[in-house]
Structures are given as C-alpha cells and as structure tokens.
Design a binder for this molecule. Sequence first.
Ligand code: CA
Length: 223
Amino acid sequence: MRVLVVEDEKKVANFIQRGLEGEGFTVDVAYDGESGVELGSKNNYDLILMDIMLPKMDGLAAIKALREKDVESPVLCLTAKDTVEDIVAGLDSGSDDYLTKPFAFAELLARVRALARRGTHERGAEITYADLRLDPVAHKVWRGDDEIDLTAKEYALLEFFMRNPETTLTRTMIAEHVWDYTFDSFTNIIDVYVNYLRKKVDRDFSKKLIHTVRGIGYVLKEE
Ligand code: CA
C-alpha cells in the first residue's frame, strides 16, 4: 500500500509518515499543493491524505486538479476547519472522506485502512477483461455487446474473478471474499456457483474465460 501525504506542517507530516510506515505502508510526502498534484499524478497511490490549508495551491484545488488528470486514488482530507461548507466543498472537489485536526493516530489509521481497501471500488470505474465488461455501480455485466443477466451471488463471484484476473483463486479465497465466510466441509457450493456462472459467461462463446485449476480452484484467463 502506497500513500501520499500532502501536508505543509512538517511536524504533522512526519508524525503521519512515521506512524503509517510503522504499520507497513510506503509513504511519500509533499509539502505544498502543487507538488502534491505532481506526485499524485505521477505515481499510482492507494490513498492520498490531503491537508486543506496548503501553500501554492490549497487542498481542494489540488484534489480537483488530480481528478481532472483522471487520478482515481481515494482522497482523505485533513482539515482544521470543520464547518459544513468546507466539508461540502471537499466532497464536491472529489475527496472521499474527512478527518478534522487534531486527530488521534488510531482514528487516522482506521480511515486510511477503510479507504485504501475500498480503492477505486466504490468510485464506479468499469472493469474489463478480455471482452467482459463490468459496471460496479449498476451491477451489470456484458460480454461483447450482450448483457449477461446474473444473480447477486453470480455477480459477486464474477466481480471477484475480474478484480483478480489471471490469478488462481482457491475455493477458500472465493468463499472468504464472495460469501464472507469460510466453509471447509462443503466447498462444493463454490463449484456449483462457478458452473452457474460458466453457463452464462462462457457457454455461448468459443473462447472460454473461466478455467479450472485442478485440485486448487479457478482462474479467469483468456486461454
Ligand atoms: Ca496546513
């Protein structure tokens, strides 16, 4: 997980950097809005922590500039100002969450973990693999031009495959991610659902995308 901290108060920036590095994050720091935009658009961050009152370019303008450059990293705003207007302005400019200074590191860490985990997930970016296309907001899936009608579980299963393409997914991984539950003794429910999904995704197409990895699980790949 790589995090960018944009904060002009060196003491605060160092405090956040040290804390997050202690938790295993890789942390870059920018001390003004302009260098924040520069770094944020150059590197692919899992999360950007953005102070609002910054020299050269304020945090809200920096977030707007990043979004205009199609940077989709989630942004957590750090602000000393906690008025409703600022929060609304921040949300309009494309930030994802707020933390009002002063804050406890534990609270920052909880927000960072939640946002970094979410990633671009909630942002609604379409996911594509081969000729499959998935819209995470509308919960719709197409193969080529044809929309595929999936049940909620089939959709969740396909989304998990599409977020981890060309990666062998064990039945345990699938159970934990799609069912939020581990069931050791009856993992054949996974096989049943993968077969449902195959009927809808692969049956009418010559190129199969969902493959069995014998004794292990399944993989989404083109050959
Ligand atoms: Ca500041």
